[in-house]
Design a protein around this ligand. Structure first.
Ligand code: SF4
Length: 404
């Protein structure tokens, strides 16, 4: 049963009254059994939401489980060393997320005595938490009637309501937030919902049968992920097919009406794998750049056309190399960049007398006055394994490990 809202728009109310129960029933029977759905701990839900930004669920699961095992509380996250944080996040990318997560944890310790705030504005004020994430935490952990709007929800709502304009435009975006708000507000007015979860999901959602705001928001995201997919949505299996405007008008493939993305930019990098006495030369990315604090093999950006390796190494890295051999070419994408990383084995041309002054080559070689070709640190494979690497350079490390 849904209690009426004062002053509510009649057309929207009619649609909402059929959509909300259908979504709740579907979520109870069809939602994936994800580890963060076994808890209402706001910290655990927050960590999952931050990890899920730009990253697929199946990738996030092992990261989330490892994180919660190593840093099970806000206090543990606040106190963790940067090296530990980056290692736990290694491979997820967008590392500002993890640094903001720690800043927020530290603020929660200072300002809220370590207890996660329940007030939406307070959550929104934390570093790295935007409107979507604050809404997700408040609705999922605290069952508050606060809307969420991410890519999945935008797709579902634009199709469901047949919204033809670009969801990135301000007016359309405002309307979508309003519609998402209408739905979750209705969910909060439900006093009884049938059918109840089936026996399989009842166990999973123990003590959560009345978490209607939480389930409604999650159902929108889940529907977008599983049924109302970007290509070929499974409308026959959709719980809101009878109400859906896109389905009635056969507009599924046209909606959402997103403007064309920028053409990707090609970039090319060359990395040098330099080994001496069983140790490899690696460098840590400096503060304030993409992937700051992560480790990588010395590398330099070059033009996308053929280039001469030795001058590139000398000019960009301060390395003087002698022999070079191809190791592997790695292609990957970051935001709008299509990146090609060519890894080369290289011999370092350093006079014997210089190496003799640094015999074990294990000192931090970034000290002022150090010869440029020795900048960085020399580490064994086992030591490299302890460091957090950028994803592409982690692949180079994997190749070295396989080759022994
Ligand atoms: Fe999406 Fe099809 Fe469901 Fe409409 S009926 S919401 S297009 S899956």
């Amino acid at each position: 049963m849904i209690l009426p809202l004062p002053g509510e728009r009649a057309g929207v109310r009619t649609a909402v009254q059929s959509i909300v129960p259908a979504l709740l029933s579907w979520f109870c029977t069809s939602a994936r059994d994800l580890p963060w759905r076994h808890t209402r701990d706001p910290y655990a839900i927050w960590v999952s939401e931050i990890m899920l930004q730009q990253t697929q669920v199946k990738t996030v699961i092992p990261y989330w489980e490892r994180w919660m095992q190593e840093l099970p509380t806000i206090r543990a996250a606040a106190r963790a060393t940067p090296a530990k944080l980056h290692k736990l996040w290694e491979g997820l990318g967008y590392y500002t997320r993890v640094r903001n997560l720690q800043k927020s944890a530290q603020q929660i310790i200072t300002n809220y005595d370590g207890k996660f705030p329940q007030n939406f504005e307070a959550v929104l004020a934390l570093p790295g938490i935007g409107r979507y994430t604050a809404g997700a935490i408040c609705s999922i952990a605290f069952n508050q009637p606060i809307p969420i709007l991410d890519g999945n929800v935008i797709r579902v709502l634009t199709r469901l309501y047949g919204i033809p304009t670009d969801p990135r435009e301000k007016q359309t975006n405002t309307r979508l937030w309003q519609l998402a708000g209408d739905l979750v507000l209705h969910a909060s007015r439900i006093t009884h919902h049938a059918p109840r979860p089936n026996s399989r999901t009842r166990t999973r959602m123990k003590d959560e049968d009345d978490q209607y705001c939480s389930h409604l928001n999650q159902s929108l995201m889940e529907l977008g992920a599983l049924v109302c997919t970007p290509r070929s949505p499974d409308c026959a299996a959709c719980p809101v097919q009878k109400t859906c405007v896109a389905r009635k008008r056969n507009l599924q493939e046209q909606l959402p009406n997103l403007s064309k993305r920028e053409v990707p930019t090609e970039r090319r990098f060359i990395a040098f794998v330099v080994e001496r006495n069983g140790k490899f030369l690696v460098r840590q990315r400096r503060d304030g750049v993409v992937n700051a604090h992560l480790w990588e093999f010395p590398n330099v950006e070059v033009g996308t056309r053929v280039c001469d390796l030795q001058p590139s190494a000398a000019k960009g890295l301060g390395l003087r190399t002698t022999e070079t051999k191809p190791l592997r070419t790695i292609k990957h994408s970051i935001t709008r960049y299509r990146i090609t990383l060519e890894a080369w084995r290289a011999e370092l041309a350093v006079p014997a007398r210089v190496l003799a002054s640094d015999p074990d080559q294990s000192l931090n070689t970034n000290s002022p006055g150090r010869r440029p070709e020795l900048q960085g640190e020399w580490r064994t494979l086992a030591q490299l394994h302890q460091l957090a690497f950028t994803s592409a350079h982690k692949k180079i490390l994997g190749i070295l490990e396989k080759r022994g």
